[in-house]
Design a protein around this ligand. Structure first.
Ligand SMILES: Nc1ncnc2c1ncn2[C@@H]1O[C@H](COP(=O)(O)OP(=O)(O)OP(=O)(O)O)[C@@H](O)[C@H]1O
Ligand SMILES: [Mg+2]
Length: 446
């Protein structure tokens, strides 16, 4: 006769129970998207699927953007490269909007794509004021659609010009771009694109903006309510000189002419290498990143495929001031409408605050901006940076300990925040395929 063993009863708190019966949790995330390592809480594969997560009401994520933080060398860029490599299988394309260290070149060549090198003396020209695909077949659009698109294109141009001019300094003060300057820029853009011919939206380049400010038409002076040419020229001197810097300074011949590259939008990855700009200083690289971002925004809707835009080293742009922060902010906010995944890498959350002094408008925008990336990948950090995690990301002491402790114990270890949910994940790179493509230590080994 079958006999049952006697049931023993124990009473304990849930704190103690974990010691006797370590709980295994099932992964609350569905196995869709890119497999990105092992979830340490249950040994299961951890999948990252930003679009799938946004569409799934059970997962507390409302935008597909990913912010990656971590001490230099902990594997941020390697994570992004592995993610791209694993998302290509689902038809995604990647656009690297500025690669200051040329580290995505290996990956591009692996997929048979030649990256574009940008820098003084190089043949590549990118016109950040390119109206992009929104202006194709202009003549066939009805008036209403033309107005709608024009508003989008003008909006982008203004944000860019405002941020490029506002990034320049006089002594330790940034050039102010107030409502008056903005009105002038707007009128100049209208003047430049105005034509009675409705068959095309006239493309423009930055030198034309300077030309208009330098020798304004009578119509422009009257439109802006200046009593005479002399007053216009006096009042807009600072604006004119700031625009002149964009075409005569370090950027001469890079962003001031019609675009010369034709991008193959069927390739899985495209990248813009920027290492040649590095000797020109951080400000130059930051401003180049802004031009690339604006240009990248214009180049949407080309292929119809879902895109991942990578901004490795985004802090270089964010420290340039309010304009730079707001242009990044605008791109992130758009991601819900255009469906791209935006990935931004930085060392620590407070990099986002470098743009302004405490309490400034730039800081406030930057703080809010941290909420526009619902997915955060947190690699190891030193204890000094840990306060940032608590104060800016509101992650609490458990996350802080994982990031400063466990995550520092090996490359590829990261705490992944999916909305408020935290996952300890260790990423292993494929030894033959991915490790060689992500190696950024080579230069240190010679
Ligand atoms: N999961 C991993 N397993 C093994 N090696 C890794 C892993 N992740 C990164 N590495 C290696 O560590 C080195 C540094 O990685 P990576 O360049 O991604 O760091 P990073 O955080 O982007 O640094 P930085 O802030 O300087 O850009 C690379 O050579 C890379 O191949
Ligand atoms: Mg990196």
């Amino acid at each position: 006769m079958a006999s049952r063993p006697a049931v023993k009863r124990y009473q304990m708190t849930s704190d103690q129970a974990g010691v006797f019966w370590p709980f295994l949790t099932a992964s609350p995330l569905p196995p869709t998207g890119a497999p990105m390592g092992t979830d340490m809480s249950n040994g299961a594969t951890f999948y990252v699927d930003p679009h799938g997560w946004v569409l799934n009401d059970a997962i507390p994520v409302t935008n597909p953007n990913i912010f990656v933080f971590g001490k230099p060398g902990r594997g941020k860029s390697a994570w992004v490269k592995a993610f791209l490599n694993r998302m290509f299988a689902f038809g995604y394309q990647a656009l690297i909007l500025g690669d200051p260290k040329d580290e995505y070149e290996l990956m591009c060549r692996h997929f048979g794509v030649e990256p574009f090198a940008i820098g003084p003396g190089m043949p590549t020209r990118l016109n950040p004021l390119d109206p992009g695909p929104l202006a194709t077949n202009w003549g066939q659009l009805d008036k209403e659609e033309q107005h709608r698109r024009q508003a989008i294109i003008f909006g982008r141009w203004l944000v860019l010009l405002r941020s490029l001019i506002g990034s320049q300094s006089i002594g330790d003060r940034k050039v102010a771009v107030g409502p008056t300057e903005e009105q002038v820029l707007k009128a100049v853009l209208v003047e430049l694109t105005h034509t009675t011919d409705t068959r095309e939206l006239r493309p423009i380049v930055i030198p034309q903006v300077w030309q208009q400010l330098h020798s304004p038409s009578d119509h422009l002076i009257a439109e802006l309510r200046y009593p005479d040419r002399h007053t216009f020229l006096d009042d807009t001197r600072l604006l004119r000189d700031a625009v002149a810097q964009l075409i005569s300074g370090v950027f001469a011949g890079i962003f001031d002419a019609p675009t010369t590259v034709t991008i193959d939008w069927n390739a899985p990855i495209q990248s813009l290498s920027l290492s040649r700009l590095m000797p020109l200083g951080d400000d130059a690289v930051g401003m180049a990143l802004m031009c690339l971002n604006s240009w990248g925004t214009a180049m949407r809707h080309v292929s119809g495929r879902r895109r991942i835009n990578v901004r490795d080293e985004v802090w270089r742009q964010l420290r340039l001031g309010t304009g730079a922060v707001s242009s990044f902010d605008a791109d992130l906010r758009l991601s819900r409408s255009h469906g791209d995944i935006e990935i931004a890498n930085a060392h620590k959350p407070s990099d986002y605050l470098g743009a302004g002094h405490a309490g400034s408008q730039a800081q406030q925008i930057a703080k809010d901006l941290l909420h526009l990336g619902d997915i955060k990948v947190l690699f190891g950090q030193d204890a000094e940076v840990a306060d940032d995690l608590e104060q800016l990301l509101e992650l609490g002491p458990v996350a802080r300990d994982i990031v400063t402790g466990w995550a520092m114990g090996g490359k590829g270890r990261a705490l992944i925040a999916v909305g408020p949910r935290l996952h300890k994940v260790a990423l292993t790179l494929h030894a033959d395929l991915e490790l060689p493509l992500t190696d950024t230590n080579q230069k240190l080994q010679t």
